[in-house]
Design a protein around this ligand. Structure first.
Ligand SMILES: [Zn+2]
Length: 412
């Protein structure tokens, strides 16, 4: 039995205990308060549930800053992302190395669950299992793009499904986005996912062009597309949904989780998703890093809180934390996202120097917080601010730099 104590134990964003401890094995056994004074000298020690990034491309970590190059989504995808992704597909080890560095940055920001959609996902799984973080994986299936064909992409996703199994990982099918597949291909993937009893991970209505494309190419609305491909009753992660108010009834159904990526949406000029309207309509909105200049999830929360969504009023820190714990964990089917007896013990111990006069979650998100310990299903994966894994990160960085030099030389 393990026991950790803190100045605060955050049960959920709206309930916390002062001077309290959590006792756990792989699941939480007990949470109780201590009598007497604080438990830490100096700064604060705060225990929370681990957070999740529900839409991420770990393999794009080395090109993460290019989303801040003033390009719109299509120019960025064609001019920057695909060049790198073709290189990554030709050099699968790069997926392993990139995702190790990216996932470590996420872990150091309190992330214990990552939904990743990209290529070479068996190697991404190797990374996440070596670090000890939970995973929800899919291949970005597209007709062309970085694949030779739709069939090749689908085959890669089905291989992943066969190769990867375990309590801490799920595999979905990843129809990338309506503009990179025909409606028939999209429908085939959704139908197959239902037959296999697994979920879907897709980009939907990320930019206005997605809606215009369906109209001009197929003479259908987003609503008609959703019905045509069978998304309506499918367990799905729907990334972005910036222009999806017309299908708010679909989004609010119980098996859909919207992944909102405020930094990616702003930097690539996608628009602003009506997130708080979605929340009021019962949509299960969570947060995902997607691709952003840092993979520190606290930066995504800070951006979410800092944005005023037009006509919707300001958001707040507690809401942002709810999106990245309760909504994310429940939506992906990994638990309640709260600390309570019987729940899986995905725990983060934070230290905060220079405390603020505010609640514990504000200390974690806005204060000088540092992750000291992380437990996933009760297993210690980060200790004294460093991953417990035996992976030599210095060597990983050296090896990745060699690939980056090779990539640069290969570019016109
Ligand atoms: Zn994405």
């Amino acid at each position: 039995m393990n026991e950790i104590c803190g100045d605060f134990v955050v049960v959920n964003p709206y309930v916390w205990l002062s001077n309290a401890c959590v006792r756990f094995t792989d699941r939480i056994e007990d949470i109780y308060t201590l009598s007497g004074g604080g438990v830490a000298e100096g700064g604060l020690r705060i225990i929370t549930h681990g957070m999740a990034s529900t839409h991420t491309h770990l393999g794009l970590y080395p090109v993460r800053s290019t989303v801040a190059a003033g390009l719109d989504l299509d120019s960025w995808v064609k001019g920057r992302a695909w060049r790198w992704e073709r290189f990554v597909r030709g050099n699968p080890e790069v997926s392993y190395l990139s995702s190790l560095i990216a996932a470590t940055e996420m872990l150091l920001s309190g992330v214990t669950l990552i939904a990743d959609m990209h290529f070479n996902e068996e190697l991404v799984y190797r990374t996440l299992s070596e670090i000890g973080v939970k995973a929800d994986l899919s291949v970005a299936i597209m007709d062309g793009g970085v694949f030779d064909s739709y069939e090749e992409a689908l085959e890669e996703n089905l291989r992943l499904l066969k190769a990867v199994q375990g309590a801490d990982v799920k595999v979905r099918l990843g129809p990338c986005t309506p503009r990179l597949l025909t409606p028939e291909q999209f429908r085939e993937i959704v139908t197959l996912a239902k037959q296999l009893d697994i979920g879907i991970h897709t980009h939907l209505a990320e930019v206005r062009e997605d809606i215009e494309w369906l109209k001009s190419r197929y003479s259908i609305s987003l609503k008609e597309f959703v019905d045509l491909v069978g998304l309506r009753d499918t367990d799905s992660i729907v990334a972005h949904a910036v222009w999806a108010e017309d299908v708010i009834d679909l989004l609010s159904s119980s098996n859909i989780t919207v992944s909102h990526s405020p930094r990616s949406n702003i930097l690539l000029g996608d628009g602003r998703a009506p997130v708080r309207r979605y929340l009021r309509h019962g949509v299960n909105v969570s947060l995902g890093v997607d691709v952003a200049p840092t993979y520190d999830l606290r930066d995504e929360l800070k951006t979410y809180v800092s944005l005023h969504y037009p006509g919707e009023g300001p958001s707040d820190t507690l809401e942002a934390f709810r999106l990245s714990t309760i909504n994310a964990y429940r939506g992906l089917g990994f638990g309640s996202g709260e600390l309570s007896p019987g729940e899986v013990a995905d725990l983060v111990v934070w230290s905060v120097t220079d405390p603020l006069v505010d609640d514990p979650l504000a200390q974690v998100i806005w204060g000088s917080s540092r992750v000291e310990e992380v437990y996933v299903s009760g297993r210690l994966i980060l200790k004294e601010g460093r991953p417990v894994s035996s992976v030599d990160l210095l060597r990983v960085r050296e090896r990745l730099h060699e690939y980056l030099r090779e990539f640069s030389r290969s570019q016109p």
